[in-house]
Design a protein around this ligand. Structure first.
Ligand code: AMP
Length: 286
């Protein structure tokens, strides 16, 4: 498996694959890979001839007081895990390769970015859309794979792809969880033991909402209250947001007509974790 650090070398690799008639599956990540990332790579390998991952901690998507400098980095471990899951190459550029001196362009997706994580992390999705647009131009994938863990991100990127006439398909894969329900995240390593234990309340609270939805509860405020009440039983949990919005448009609704996204962001100590569940009759994931 190759680790490729420059745009020129990445383009050369992609051109070789295209000339050989191969389809390209792409999994963008910030590294510190875990089984969630590996599940995306495996799904990419099932659908595409060649799988490319990117490992790039994108400064543009971090706010001023966020964890850019402490974000876990382990390219050696990432290379092993990506290869084991079927990747042929990792694109691992330096910040100066992606944003050279004089860099001045951004991608702004409006509307869908002003709620949930976009509201608590102002500028975050601008950074995400910008880097992903660049990565799509560099890697030119047929299909790009993202996790439902960042469900709003998937919706923002689908909007971007449609609006900017990009040809890549955005596939969404289910959330991979630890045995006790905690959604896997590169940020889980920050959690102290008591916080790690407390963090299981997130998936429990979403299961309570899922059960109520299955029993016929369609009132968004009632579902939101159930989730808030469950999370509030944990002393170490400090709620950033709990929302139940219609899906996929993420509109505020009183009564859920078809599908909804129940999404939470909660701090445990200094660590902000997110989780969500889709309240729907049918599967939306691959
Ligand atoms: P990140 O490295 O956190 O930016 O994540 C890279 C990709 O992996 C994104 O599409 C995430 O949604 C996805 N991802 C992260 N954690 C999980 C998880 N637990 N299950 C499934 N996908 C995940």
């Amino acid at each position: 498996m190759k680790i490729i650090e420059t745009v020129a070398a990445m383009r050369a690799f992609v051109n070789e694959q295209r000339d050989a008639g191969k389809t390209i599956g792409f999994v963008p990540t910030m590294g510190a890979l875990h089984q969630g990332h590996q599940s995306l790579l495996r799904k990419a390998a099932e659908r595409c001839d060649v799988v490319i991952a990117s490992v790039f901690v994108n400064p543009l998507q971090f706010g001023a007081n966020e964890d850019l400098s402490s974000y876990p980095r382990d390219i050696g471990g990432d290379a092993e895990k990506a290869a084991a899951a079927g990747a042929a190459a990792i694109f691992h550029p330096q910040v100066s390769e992606m944003y050279p001196h004089g860099y001045a362009s951004h991608v702004d997706v409006w509307g869908i970015t002003d709620k949930l994580c976009g509201k608590s992390r102002v500028g975050h999705f601008r950074g995400v859309a910008t880097v992903v647009a660049k990565l799509f131009n560099i890697v030119q994938p047929d299909v790009a794979f993202f996790g439902q863990k960042d469900a709003q991100q998937v919706l923002v990127l689908r909007r971007m792809v449609e609006d900017l006439n990009m040809t890549v398909e955005i596939a969404m894969a289910p959330i991979v969880r630890e045995a006790d329900g905690l959604a896997m995240s590169s940020r889980n390593v920050y959690l102290q033991p008591a916080e790690r234990k407390a963090a299981t309340v997130l998936s429990r609270s979403l299961s309570i909402a899922q059960d109520a939805f299955a029993r016929g509860e369609r009132n968004a405020a009632a579902l939101k209250s159930l989730i808030q009440a469950a999370i509030s039983t944990e002393e170490l949990a400090e709620i950033d947001y709990v929302e139940v919005h219609s899906y996929p448009d993420l509109a505020e609704v009183d009564t859920i007509k078809s599908a909804a996204l129940a999404a939470v962001a909660v701090r445990f100590g200094g660590t902000r974790l997110i989780d969500n569940t889709l309240l729907e009759g049918e599967r939306t994931c691959i």
